[in-house]
Design a protein around this ligand. Structure first.
Ligand SMILES: [Fe+2]
Length: 241
């Protein structure tokens, strides 16, 4: 079922079990200023979901936002054969059978239009996460960057999320992502660019979304690299300076 985020943004949550770990997965749909639909991190698309998406418009782009979220790219391509796949440069090396594709260009306005911005954190090798900001809905779209799993779930999920350091009441960067993105100076610069975006809602591909007043929670999740007080002081300085 498609949920509306307003202002030409939608999301679809779908149960996903990986080896008994229940992570849930989420696809974001954006209708761009080019009147095209972009599917970011597709979930499995059955006939019912396909019909719902078709009612929104024409799917032009299928986006794999990092090297991990490719499980349902083929499902999306089968549902929308005219759509083009864009993915990180590492994905075709990982998935030899990946259909025709191009590599994500965060500056390609023909893909993102005027309302959607893309940012590559940096190529961390295994991950290569790209994040997005949709201006009209003030929505930050993340994939694996942050997670929080404090809801009731099964034993395998509790163990996995505890090991990853994301069984918390606030969003966190998992231990695995911190290892992948271990160049802290480069990551810090990406964090600063994300904080420059004027977002209020955050969509997280796993766990839960943050529907309101999301920025302080994301700032807190980044505080291991950008101390919250320093960031606030820096912003105040910019405002007064
Ligand atoms: Fe993921």
């Amino acid at each position: 079922m498609i949920n509306s985020g307003g202002n030409n943004l939608w999301f679809v949550r779908s149960p996903l079990s990986l080896g008994g770990v229940q992570v849930t997965s989420q696809m974001t749909i954006v209708k761009t200023t080019l009147n095209q639909l972009i599917l970011i991190s597709p979930v499995k698309i059955d006939e019912s979901l396909k019909s719902e998406i078709e009612a929104l418009g024409q799917v032009a782009w299928i986006v794999a936002p990092n090297n991990f979220h490719h499980l349902f790219i083929s499902s999306a391509k089968q549902a929308f054969p005219e759509a083009k796949i864009v993915c990180p440069e590492g994905l075709p090396k990982k998935i030899k059978t990946l259909e025709e594709h191009s590599i994500i260009d965060v500056n390609d306005g023909n893909v993102w239009g005027a309302d959607l911005e893309a940012l590559r954190l940096y190529n961390g090798g295994l991950g290569d996460e790209h994040v997005f900001f949709h201006g009209p809905s003030q929505t930050l779209i993340l994939t694996d960057l942050f997670m929080w799993f404090d809801e009731k779930t099964n034993f395998a999920t509790k163990i996995f999320t505890a090991l990853m350091g994301v069984n918390s009441e606030t969003p966190k960067m998992s231990r695995m992502m911190k290892w992948i993105y271990r160049d802290k100076a480069v990551l810090r610069e990406s964090f600063r660019k994300i904080l420059d975006w004027d977002f209020n809602r955050v969509l997280l591909a796993h766990s839960r979304n943050i529907e309101l007043d999301a920025k302080p929670q994301i700032r807190e999740a980044m505080s291991f690299l950008i101390p919250v007080d320093n960031k606030a002081a820096s912003e105040n300085q910019q405002k007064t300076g």
